[in-house]
Design a protein around this ligand. Sequence first.
Ligand code: MEV
Length: 321
Amino acid sequence: REAASASAPGKVIIVGEHFVVRGSMAIVTAIGRRLRVTVESGGDGIVLESSMLGRHHAPLPGQGTAASVSTVLEPYMAVLRSLAARGYSVVPHRILVESKIPPRAGLGSSAASMVAYALAYSAMHGDPLSEEELYSVAMEGERIAHSRPSGVDVTIAVKGGVLAYKRGEEPVRLEQRLAGVTLLIADTGIERQTRDVVEHVLSVAESLGEASNHIYTAADVISREARGAIERGDAERLGLLMNAAQGLLSALGASSLEIETLVYRMRRAGALGSKLTGAGWGGCVIGLFREEEAESGLRSVTGDAAQAFTASMAEEGAKLE
Ligand code: MEV
């Protein structure tokens, strides 16, 4: 029996979600909540055990029918096929997922699980994937989880830190100079499919026509300025830009009553900026708070949020454990 473990961080998109799907810049940070995958050879077929998603079993690829595979396992199977295509042998194994990242909340748990799984599986075979390979292999899983991933979630899970990300370009690692502030994350508790929100936003943009071009252009400017604010350590400016980004996301139909409630609770409690993060409709809202006001920020969302916590930024990327 052989085994290996790897972990990857969750993430928060500070600005630029949705716009990144059509080529604008997004600014994203890895957070101090991680997901760990242990892969252990043996058993019969593939068994996934996750405290959050339950227990699932599938036959090895090529044995048994596709219809018998649970949707939870499908992205893992896509990763496995991609590993097989790179010469890794396919053996029966158990996948144990331990996670501190709430699933389906916009915090990148699915990308983190694909990345950690690919790294652990390849390490179990004595040949851990490089960063570039890890990205390509994990993207095969993300494509199953949602239709048109921009790649931002997988990239941050692999690399960690704070990144300026543009589709098809090499991500730029940012020097994070914000001091005396913290991110508050509040979960609406509403689960939604990233794919559905992405399709909706794209269709609203198309119906809006010319006006939506200006919205996308404004979003790109906001992301560029947010990058500058992070590198200069200008938290007030960043907060202002986050609020503006929220307005644009709302214009394209990514927000909801539950999101707006948390957004305004945070602003009333002193947030420098607050907005949805990830796909929207449900999932999480983030607020940028001065450290001394984070406690009142936390209090302001109890009652409306399913859970809330503060998170450190610029955390480490994927690693073997
Ligand atoms: C999801 O975390 C971010 C979206 O922009 C989708 C994507 O970039 O693939 C909504």
